[in-house]
Design a protein around this ligand. Structure first.
Ligand code: ADP
Length: 374
């Protein structure tokens, strides 16, 4: 057996070996297993435990940990991270109160209307550039927007938003977001030594994302844009479990190799139950000072990839020196000073907004459940 076959049902099966001595029933039969998520060696299990039984929590965690790891050994599967969390049983709502959906009841960001993730199959394709310009572009259209730089392995927001001279502020347990260029922003890059962030793995990545997302005082937002780390990994998994994400935008450059990576990112979102809003082609072509266009990487590749995967194509962004310069100098609003670039960024924001609305109308933006098997 391989990692692929050590899926949700294999984990659930292993939990049947964890038996409560008092009732002689296993934790699955007792209905204590609330969620199981499995993705590429990362496993997360959520168990329900009443506060009265708190004294056995650590013992139960150790037993569950052992049972799952033993089953993985038997299945010749590798476990990269195994997280076991506990939740208290939900208190039944009074019969007069309106019943709320699971998403509403457990949404940690109830004041945020729509959450859009920006992902990419690999680094360097312009994912953060798209995230920053999407956030600023939507704010220019009159929306209240937050940008969560969740690329904890290589945060870009401090540079791209020009945060060198701004200090962090907290109010009690909550971090105050940075307010720049018409948006609110939060990044690990202003909280820890960026070199340290690079080595964060597994549970630490989960904890870092959770804190950044939920301990930031975002206030009311129309959109929260989440700039995910490149590739497929722990942060996307945590995000999909924790937040009601409206959808994900996948950024890709036109080359064939980049498309292969982007396809994996698309599949990851689909496996996690996150709607893929579409694909953006970045670095599509280069316009030389004489106005001549050069397809350095083979323009149109990402569009074809989107078509073959049945996904909307959200638009292309050319290679533009000003885009790089404005990123490096932390002045994203300058991008709109160039009429052609401003227009293409606005068009991109509008298409993404439209896809979010379509997904909403089709009822595809519900909080995903944790039934993930790759
Ligand atoms: P990622 O988040 O995918 O790692 P970034 O958004 O950080 O990629 O972009 C990598 C570098 O490429 C940055 O210096 C950025 O300014 C530059 N860049 C991204 N897109 C473009 C573009 N369309 N034209 C010019 N430079 C770009």
């Amino acid at each position: 057996m391989s990692n692929e076959s050590f899926d949700k049902s294999a984990v659930e099966k292993s939990l049947r070996a964890v038996v409560d001595p008092a009732t002689n029933k296993d934790v699955v039969t007792l209905g204590m297993v609330k969620h199981i998520a499995v993705f590429e060696g990362a496993i997360r299990i959520v168990l329900e435990l009443s506060p009265q039984a708190a004294s056995i929590q650590e013992q139960l965690r150790a037993t569950v940990d052992r049972a799952v790891r033993q089953a993985a050994v038997v299945a010749c599967a590798n476990i990269e991270t195994l997280e076991i969390d506990f939740v208290a049983p939900k208190v039944a709502a009074p019969s007069t109160a309106p019943t709320s959906t699971q998403g509403e009841a457990s949404n940690p960001l109830p004041l945020v209307k729509k959450i859009i993730a920006v992902g990419a199959g690999k680094g360097g394709v312009g994912k953060s550039t798209v995230a920053v310009n999407l956030a600023v572009g939507l704010a220019r259209m009159g929306h209240s927007v937050g940008l969560l730089d969740a690329d904890i392995y290589g945060p870009s927001a401090p540079t791209m938003l020009g945060m060198d001279d701004v200090g962090t502020k907290a109010k009690g347990q909550m971090l105050m977001p940075f307010e720049l260029h018409g948006i609110k922003a939060m990044t690990i890059g202003k909280l820890v030594d960026p070199d340290k962030a690079l080595v964060w793995r597994g549970p630490m990545a989960h904890g870092a994302f959770k804190q950044l997302a939920t301990q930031t005082d975002w206030g009311e937002l129309d959109y929260l844009i989440i700039d995910l780390p490149p590739g497929t990994g722990d942060v996307a998994l945590t995000m999909s479990q924790m937040l009601p994400v409206a959808g994900a935008v996948v950024v890709c450059t036109p080359q064939r190799v980049a498309q292969d990576d982007a396809r994996r990112a698309v599949r990851m979102f689909q496996n996690l139950g996150v709607e893929v809003l579409g694909v953006v082609e970045n670095m599509s072509f280069f316009t030389a000072p004489d106005g001549k266009e050069y397809d350095l990487f083979g323009r149109g590749g990402a569009e074809i990839m989107a078509q073959t995967m049945g996904l909307p194509f959200l638009g292309s962004i050319p290679i533009h020196i000003a885009l790089r310069e404005n990123s490096d100098s932390g002045t994203p609003l300058e991008n709109w000073k160039n009429a052609t670039m401003g227009a293409s960024l606005d068009a991109l924001c509008q298409r993404i907004e439209a896809q979010v609305k379509l997904a909403e109308m089709a009822g595809r933006t519900d909080r995903p459940t944790l039934t993930i098997s790759p």
